[in-house]
Ligand binder design. Structure first.
Ligand SMILES: Cc1cc2nc3c(=O)[nH]c(=O)nc-3n(C[C@H](O)[C@H](O)[C@H](O)COP(=O)(O)OP(=O)(O)OC[C@H]3O[C@@H](n4cnc5c(N)ncnc54)[C@H](O)[C@@H]3O)c2cc1C
Length: 459
């Protein structure tokens, strides 16, 4: 049996930043990181590399391994406390802003670019005013963009900084969290037992279901969470240029007239490309933009959050069901021109070819999204595009492309204290997998919160 002071489960941004903070304290604590994926240089996605369909690897090379889901993410660091997670429930606004600035500083120290979008306050104010006049709410945020191509390099430098200072075990899936006398005691992984006085679990969305099962077995309280469902929109980059050149990622929120639902823009990728990903057994859509390679299009998601109450409370299942329907009809991801959706007809390859926007996701299948998405979502999306067109003319053009479906599965939130400790002493839960964050900055900041509390208790 091996003994450590602290065990961190998962080497995504949350786990990595916890480790960086512990090592920076200089206290010489013995830290073990257990990661079920591979080291950053060995992480490959066969389907991306050889342009084949997904080979369903046992541990997804895009989501698992050093850097977690952050390794090949778009690397947009949202520097506003209103975006990217729920940390404001646990720390005060000023503490959170301080943590975001500190975390951002570490990203820069490890190679993130110094340029920040959204700093021209007059231009931001003008966009905000135009949004308000059209019933849209703009959440202004400064954004630092690392880019999908640069993210692995930044994470690799963090790994180098930790080399020799923490033990990292790759390809080891933690099966069980051990508790003795109401306190965290260690983990079981790969048939071995590792003991520690503190355990931090940071499994990301990839390990969220596993954590939920563990939490139920351990008798921990779980909170309700939503599922976000919608589509990814693709337009010529010039259509959104007046917004993206100022804010990079304009976060716009609208409450629809018909259903009074909240719909929002999410993950805007200027000059980027649409990608598909295999999550929880279904194909869904996402987007990327690179630091060095540009396409002619900009893409962004339009998402509607749905909370279920009674008698149904399985948001994951519902999201998967809708995605599965789209997969069934489109043999994967469905692509439709807005003009076709508005006219109540399917898109076919000829209509897409005649369109002015060239799809960046080549293997999306032209079809009819209204057969896959419930009417409520379609109605909300059409209403939002109409309103957005007033501040970004051209978004509501018949040539605009819609890819479906995009689903964001959020992890079941654990009941946590202000320092992200669970109801079990010395057992901390951080990052996207614990439902405290939804993006790189807040996931990383959550690692700092847990690490600082442990350091305090260690004197
Ligand atoms: C395509 C894509 C683009 C994105 N773009 C952005 C963006 O531009 N900006 C932004 O802010 N966010 C973005 N995100 C989200 C961001 O990547 C996540 O919010 C962030 O990575 C969450 O960090 P985390 O450490 O909580 O979890 P993760 O990064 O998911 O890491 C969790 C790690 O834990 C490991 N693990 C899970 N279970 C176990 C177990 N039982 N035993 C051992 N190891 C385990 C996993 O293998 C994984 O490596 C993007 C995500 C994707 C997929």
């Amino acid at each position: 049996m091996k003994h450590y002071d602290i065990i961190i489960i998962g080497a995504g941004p949350a786990g990595i930043f916890a480790a960086l903070e512990i090592v920076a304290s200089g206290k010489g604590l013995k830290v073990l990181m257990v990661e079920k994926g591979l080291d950053i240089d060995q992480r490959i996605c066969p389907s991306a590399q050889w342009k084949t369909s997904c080979t369903l690897c046992s541990e997804c090379g895009l989501l698992c391994g050093w850097g977690g889901a952050g390794a090949f993410s778009d690397g947009k660091l949202s520097l506003s406390k209103e975006i990217g997670g729920n940390l404001s429930r646990y720390v005060s606004e000023s503490e959170l802003q301080g943590l975001i600035d500190y975390t951002d500083g570490l990203y820069i120290a490890y190679g993130a670019p110094s340029e920040v979008y959204g700093g021209d306050m007059d231009a931001v104010a003008r966009i905000r005013e135009a949004a308000e006049q059209n019933m849209l709410t703009l959440i202004p945020s400064k954004i630092r963009h690392i880019g999908t191509d640069r993210c692995p390099l930044v994470l690799k430098k963090m790994k180098e900084a930790l080399n020799g200072k923490v033990d990292v075990l790759f390809s080891k899936d933690v099966r069980k969290i051990l508790v003795e006398d109401g306190r965290a005691a260690g983990v079981e992984a790969g048939g071995e037992t590792f003991q520690a006085g503190f355990v931090i679990v940071a499994p990301g969305r990839e390990g969220a279901l596993w954590l939920e099962r563990q939490a139920k077995q351990m008798g921990l309280s779980l909170l309700k969470n939503p599922v976000d469902i919608g589509v990814r929109i693709e337009v010529p980059a010039a259509t959104l240029e007046n917004l993206t050149s100022v804010i990079y990622e304009p976060k716009l929120i609208y409450h629809t007239k018909k259903f009074n639902d909240r719909i929002r823009t999410f993950c805007v990728n200027p000059y980027g490309e649409v990608v598909k990903e295999y999550v929880k057994g279904v194909w869904i859509v996402n987007g990327h933009s690179y630091a060095h390679t540009k396409t002619e299009n900009t893409n962004f998601a339009l998402l509607v959050s749905t909370f279920f109450t009674e008698p149904f409370d399985e948001p994951h299942l519902y999201g998967r069901y809708v995605a599965r329907l789209a997969n069934l009809l489109g043999k994967g991801v469905i692509l439709q021109r807005l003009g076709d959706l508005q006219a109540g007809r399917r898109s076919n390859p000829a209509r897409v070819r005649r369109g002015k926007v060239k799809p960046s996701l080549a293997d999306a299948v032209p079809g009819d999204l209204s057969f896959a998405l419930p009417h409520r979502y379609i109605s909300n999306i059409l209403e939002m595009l109409k309103v957005m067109d007033r501040i970004a003319p051209g978004v509501n053009s018949p040539h605009t492309l819609l890819y479906g479906v995009e689903v964001k599965f959020y992890s079941r939130q654990l009941k946590l204290s202000r320092c992200l400790e669970t109801e079990i002493e010395n057992f901390f839960a951080i990052g996207d997998g614990a439902g405290v964050s939804r993006g790189l900055i807040q996931a990383s900041a959550s690692g700092i919160i847990a690490a600082r509390e442990i350091l305090k208790r260690q004197g």
